[in-house]
Design a protein. Sequence first.
Length: 468
Amino acid sequence: MSRAHRLVAVSNRVGPVKGAAAAGGLAVALVDALRERGGLWFGWSGRTAPPGKARLRTEKVDGMTLATLDLTQQELDGFYNGFCNNCLWPLLHFRIDLTKFERRQLETYRRVNWRFAQALAKLLRPDDVVWVHDFQLIPLAEELRKRRLRQRIGFFLHTPFPPTEILGTLPPHEELMRALFAYDLIGFQTTDDVRRFQEHVRHAYGGSARGDTVSAFGRELKVGAFPIGIDVDQFHRYAFTVPGNREFSRMRQVLRGRDQFIGVDRLDYSKGLLRRMDAFGRYLEKHPKAHGNVILLQVAPVSRGSLESYRDFRLELDREAARVNGRFARFDWTPVHYLNRALPRRTLAGLYRASRVGVVTPMRDGMNLVAKEYVAAQDPADPGVLVLSRFAGAAQRMKAALLVNPYDGEEIAEAMHRAMEMRPQERRSRHEELMKGLNEYDVGRWRVEFVAALMKAPAWRPVARKPR
Ligand code: ADQ
């Protein structure tokens, strides 16, 4: 990408780009690239405003421009809480049972994307390269194309792409997939996601897929797998310098020679928290010698707490943690330590480092960055062991972890035991291999490869030829 092109990132939420909170998530991935090129980051402000008062604000921060739009309460309910989190999120995680489709919410989803496009169109320059993130914004490119914008526009899906049998249950699946074909490139986390997308396009719309080119709806686009990574050095530094190191020492003191399992997840039903808690109970049941000697620290900040499905899930998890503690705790030992709060990233790094086992067992996950953060925070001379779900995108390239089926509590419990028993040499060699993978494909490479593929994609034009 030459300097003549400005990078424009669009995501549901913008920032934060400064301070401790900026050290995580999409901000890490994008800020450097945006800063370098005087880029623009566009999205929702995180605020609501009365109808007619929802404004577009722009500000310059560190050489980049942030442009944010307010939503009305009604838009927030129908778009973010409604169609995005109550319908698309469960569907994309293969949970048809939790998927609630409401036509009114779909309309709000369309309208918010329309508003985003209307505001963004005014800010775009002809040479901009636009990178849109995630399922909240599928129709955005189509809306921009309606305004005759011809810039290169790429889309990255952070979640899994479900099988055609599941996607086909969504009433407006065709509308959404057709909208995707207004992009020039679609990036997925794994090659499995790419394959499921290609199969769906063939099966449901008679489209075709050859190599990295997919055709349907009279259009052609490029697809690819771009597995998102982390800033490996930064995370390692966090774990080994103040204050990460301070938290590590403090945790070690509190543990007093006990070993710690750690889980860190947004409180979301896709993350496999219930089965993990149950598996820890099974582990304790089978291994009385562990009693008094291990604890599970589960850090799970509340997320999407206004939705019923999330409230119900939280209650269930509270009960499950209490059940395991009620059954096994002694007056001088509580096996499950359960926190519903977000922690600074440096603190997290210290806690990962102090933990003998990282337990990352989502039922389904696009990638899962916690798995990577846990590995990066370990001491190479005496590393902990990662227990990882086969159904996290991360598993595709982290084969040196102990891979488990997250639906099988017995298997998770066995892996917990195996991790505790593992000899230092095996721990070191597994860790070394995992680190190799992390360093090979870190967040910088993810960003550079996506943008390079987008620049190479053929310029936008509708394909005249009908798909067979
Ligand atoms: P998420 O579902 O949010 O992201 P994940 O990849 O695990 O899942 O990222 C979570 C991030 O939040 C991690 O960086 C983690 O450290 C942080 N975090 C979690 N709990 C925290 C806590 N208590 N305090 C502070 N930070 C906490 C979506 C997709 C994933 C995909 C990512 C990136 O669902 O599959 O990996 O996007 O593409």
